[in-house]
Design a protein around this ligand. Structure first.
Ligand SMILES: [Zn+2]
Ligand SMILES: [Zn+2]
Length: 341
């Protein structure tokens, strides 16, 4: 089969002809129909996050079941599916407790094992979910990364109906987070960004826009909430300053969920910002298989609308995929490139 692979760090991906992967008794062979090109993929190519070579990239995958192992119960050839990007053992204490992202043998597709920039991918049945007919392959694929992580962040922050939410950063994660927060019953959602076009998009989804380039967003949040602050703050940017702002914007008993990645530290005033209000800072890593059906149902019923993002189709060809990765590096493109087969 054709696969577009990373063979040397810092070099363009290359097309290789490799064998269609063999399947174990509990595995599913999926014929890839859509694979999202994500900013993380540009990081793997550049060597920012280490990976084992050679590697087929691609962790946002949807397709059709081609073949199933003898013990696969819930899937059959021809089923439309999307793929949870973590492959886990299913048996360790973390897996059994439903926190499988900490499974000691967890492998991410397209990072620790071959991913979806290929005609086929093999994953265990546990990682495969039926994709409702109402959801396009390309939307199913990109939901498996940013939307899923946004939902996990809101779950980790224990958002309850009637609470208020501040979303720092209106990118792919942010637009999903705004809609998901509303779906989970948030009374008001505030969207904070410095890009007015992104803020306009946030307003289309009923968020209250706060332009951080027009003044301190924490002050602005305090003003709109009559000094109270918000119950939940999501940090999706990955900068020390926005992490600090997320914490500072919390109300009494508020929870700040940090999703954006940085190696830097940020400052907290323990008494004033945490202890005195019993506020919490919560780390968020990946998402859970158990959250995917919830997400798919929201998308199926139109409560999670992914049609606003412009999806640019890319063929399964090394040159086109490398160009899409170059774009991500240069412009932080807000057009989503998705490989369509
Ligand atoms: Zn991704
Ligand atoms: Zn496990």
């Amino acid at each position: 089969m054709k696969a577009i692979r990373l063979t040397a760090i810092g070099s363009p991906l290359e097309e290789q002809g490799i064998d269609v992967p063999l399947i174990g008794v509990r595995d599913v062979l999926v014929r890839v129909r859509a694979a999202g090109i994500c900013h993380s993929d540009a990081h793997y190519r550049a060597g920012v996050s280490p990976v084992k070579l050679p590697l087929t990239l691609g962790h946002e995958v949807a397709g059709v079941v081609e073949r199933v192992g003898a013990d696969v119960k819930h899937l059959k050839p021809g089923d439309r599916v999307c793929v949870h990007y973590l492959v886990t053992c299913g048996e360790c204490a973390f897996c059994r407790a439903g926190n499988e992202q900490f499974c000691p043998s967890a492998e991410m597709i397209g990072k620790h094992r071959d991913g979806g920039y290929a005609e086929f991918i093999v994953v265990p049945e546990r990682s495969v979910f039926l994709l409702p007919d109402e959801i396009l392959f390309e939307q199913g694929a990109i939901m498996m990364c940013s939307s899923a992580t946004s939902l996990h962040a809101l779950k980790k922050a224990r958002l309850a109906a009637g609470e208020t939410v501040a979303v720092f950063g209106v990118g792919g994660l942010g637009i999903s987070a705004i809609q998901l927060a509303k779906n989970l019953g948030a009374a008001r959602v505030f969207a904070i960004d410095i890009n007015s076009r992104k803020l306009e998009l946030a307003e289309r989804f009923d968020a209250v826009a706060i332009n951080a380039s027009a003044g301190d967003p924490v002050e602005q949040l305090r003003e709109i909430t009559n000094g109270r602050g918000v119950d939940v703050a999501l940090e999706l940017v990955g900068l020390p300053i926005t992490m600090r702002q997320a914490v500072q914007s919390l109300a009494t008993l508020g929870r700040a969920a940090l999703v954006g990645l940085t190696r830097k530290s940020f400052e907290v005033a323990p008494y004033r910002e945490l202890i005195n209000k019993e506020a919490e800072i919560i780390g968020v890593s990946d998402h859970l298989a158990s959250e995917i059906p919830v997400l798919l149902e929201m998308a199926r019923t139109g409560r999670l609308d992914l049609s606003h993002g412009i999806i640019r189709p890319v063929p399964l060809e090394a040159r086109a995929i490398n160009a899409a990765l170059d774009n991500l590096e240069k412009f932080g493109d807000d057009v989503r490139a998705v490989i369509l087969l």
